[in-house]
Design a protein around this ligand. Structure first.
Ligand SMILES: Cc1ncc(COP(=O)(O)O)c(C=O)c1O
Length: 379
């Protein structure tokens, strides 16, 4: 079954009353007929039928064996990272979502994890950082917010040779455009809040695995940590996934046009977008992904433009998040990456002139006209 169909007609559709949509089983616990006479469900922290349906769907979309749905992307990542037994050295992309950097750099040490943040698109650098106590590699690709692309297959080869667990955050491209498990990753994580849910109305996170031994440990962590997704939110995310393919197509088409418009704008210094043919990562993107997605970052010429643009936009909304049907514009230095030390942000170019866009499904011309009027006059 192709992914467009799978998003709508996943397994296990039959239920008691023949509902076409998955019922919301709003219950914390389940009644048993007898000790040996019981359903597979006992308590909703462990498993809930609405959530199980969503988890089975996400596992199939990612070509995994098992998926676990969490109350947020950060809940998923915080739990998944516990798959690595401390003390451990972990190699991670140096350009990650700010919340992941906060988790890995502030709290990780006290749990016995030592992180090296590097440019994981440089394979020789990745190899050179492996030490005796290295146990995992963790990447986002494309990364947030600089859109660096790392070669998933090549890193997976390095990970396998060195017996390392390999994690990929697949939030930006989703399984519609990229399937890291097929390329050798061990663990895929997601902020389901973003493109999977797609409507800016629910938080969610996922961890997807393909290996039985990893799954056993994750199942234990899942019920123990207890950061599970509620039945109603599971329903909302499943409903969002039904339109994932058409949303991603439209988003990608809009993003291409917006990125090109930004590139032609004399008030913009630099545009970070993986879909430009002259992007150094273009070929790797084409090799491992079937689309470029809706994320664009750009640097304006003068910092005064930032407050002007954020004040003037009408179709784009100045808000922190991404992946929904509405186009959002974010100021990473003050929002998503506010907890990352200033020197690190400056060195990477995430400065007072740097903005990130998540393109939605609006009319392409309306988006461009909105940016046009937001840039005009004042500065
Ligand atoms: C790439 C990426 N991963 C993980 C997260 C965390 O997800 P959540 O906000 O659902 O906790 C985010 C949030 O923006 C993200 O952009």
């Amino acid at each position: 079954m192709n992914i467009e169909t799978l998003c709508l007609h996943s397994i296990d559709k039959r239920n008691e009353y023949g509902c076409l949509t998955t019922p919301i089983y709003q219950t914390s616990t389940f009644v048993h007929e007898g000790v040996e006479d019981t359903s597979q469900y006992s308590y909703s922290r462990l498993a809930n039928p609405t959530r199980s349906h969503l988890e089975n769907l996400v596992a199939r979309l990612e070509n995994g064996e098992k998926a676990y749905a969490f109350s947020s992307g950060m809940a998923a990542i915080s739990t998944a990272i516990k798959l690595i037994k401390p003390p451990a050295h972990i190699i991670a992309s140096d350009d990650l979502y700010g919340g992941s950097i906060r988790l890995f750099s502030n709290d990780a040490l006290s749990y016995g994890y030592e992180f090296d943040f590097i440019d994981t698109s440089d394979l020789e650098l990745v190899k050179s950082k492996i030490k005796d106590n290295t146990k995992a590699i963790y990447i986002e690709t494309p990364s947030n917010p600089l859109m660096h692309v790392s070669d998933i297959q090549a890193i997976s080869d390095i990970a396998k040779k060195n017996d390392l667990l390999f994690f990929v955050d697949n939030t930006f491209l989703t399984p519609y455009y990229q399937r890291p498990l097929d390329l050798g990753a061990d663990i895929v994580v997601h902020s389901g809040t973003k493109f999977l849910g797609g409507h800016n109305d629910a938080l969610a996170g996922f961890v997807v695995v393909k290996d039985k031994a990893i799954d056993e440990r994750l199942a234990y962590l899942y019920k123990t940590v207890g950061a599970c997704l509620a039945p109603f939110d599971s329903f909302l995310i499943e409903r969002g996934i039904k339109t994932l393919p058409i949303r991603m197509d439209r988003i990608s088409q809009n993003a291409k046009a917006v990125a090109q418009w930004l590139r032609n704008n004399p008030n913009v210094n630099k545009v970070y977008y993986v879909g430009f043919e002259d992007n150094k990562d273009y070929e790797i993107s084409k090799k491992q992904s079937t689309g470029f997605g809706g994320m664009i970052s750009f640097e304006v010429k003068k910092s005064a433009y930032v407050s002007q643009i954020l004040r003037n936009v009408k179709v784009f909304q100045y808000a922190e998040s991404l992946g929904g049907v509405e186009s959002l514009i974010t100021f990473p230095k003050k929002q998503t990456h506010a907890d990352v030390p200033k020197e690190i942000l400056e060195a990477k170019g995430i400065n007072d002139r740097f903005l990130r866009i998540s393109v939605g499904i609006e009319n392409e011309q309306d988006l461009i006209e909105d940016l046009e009027q937001a840039f005009k006059d004042e500065v």
